[in-house]
Unconditional design. Structure first.
Length: 146
C-alpha cells in the first residue's frame, strides 16, 4: 500500500431509508494519480496458457497453445525471450532452481537451462504429454501422458 495517499472528501453524507441524511465520519480513500499503473504484457494468443515463477523469483516462464515458450525477466521492461521448441500446443511448464521443462501435445518433453535458452529433448511419447513436475530437489522430472 505504499505509494497510496489518503484524501478526505469535504462533506460526505449517508442517505438513510427514511429520507434523512447523516454525515459520514469515515474517510473516503482515493488512489493517488502519481502511483504507477501496471502495464499488461501479452505473452500468448487465445488458448490455454500456463506459467511458473523461478524459485528465486527472477524469471516468469509462460507457455501457450501457440507453441511458444516465453521467458520474462521479472524486474525488466524488456521484451521476453521467445523460444520455439514444440510442434504442437504446449500443455505445461515445470521449474526448478537450475532448469525449466515444457511438454506438449506432440508427445515431447524438453529441458532448458534457467540462465541460457539451450534446450534438450528429454523424451518423446506416442501420446500427448499433459503435465510435468520436478521433484523438490530438482533431480527428477515426472511426466503424465494420456
Amino acid at each position: 500500500m505504499s505509494g497510496l495517499r489518503s484524501q478526505r472528501c469535504c462533506e460526505c453524507y449517508l442517505l438513510l431509508s427514511n429520507g434523512s441524511r447523516r454525515r459520514n465520519s469515515r474517510p473516503i480513500r482515493f488512489m493517488s494519480t502519481t502511483t504507477p499503473r501496471l502495464t499488461p504484457r501479452y505473452a500468448h494468443i487465445h488458448g490455454r496458457t500456463r506459467l511458473e515463477y523461478s524459485p528465486e523469483g527472477k524469471y516468469l516462464i509462460s507457455v501457450g497453445a501457440n507453441r511458444l515458450v516465453r521467458k520474462f525477466i521479472v524486474e525488466s521492461d524488456d521484451e521476453p525471450i521467445t523460444i520455439e521448441q514444440h510442434e504442437e500446443p504446449i500443455t505445461a511448464v515445470a521449474v526448478c532452481k537450475q532448469h525449466f521443462a515444457t511438454c506438449s501435445t506432440d508427445g515431447t518433453v524438453s529441458l532448458f537451462g534457467m540462465e541460457e535458452t539451450v534446450s534438450t529433448q528429454i523424451t518423446r511419447s506416442s501420446l500427448p504429454v499433459r503435465d510435468i513436475s520436478f521433484s523438490p530437489d530438482g533431480r527428477w522430472l515426472a511426466m503424465c501422458s494420456e
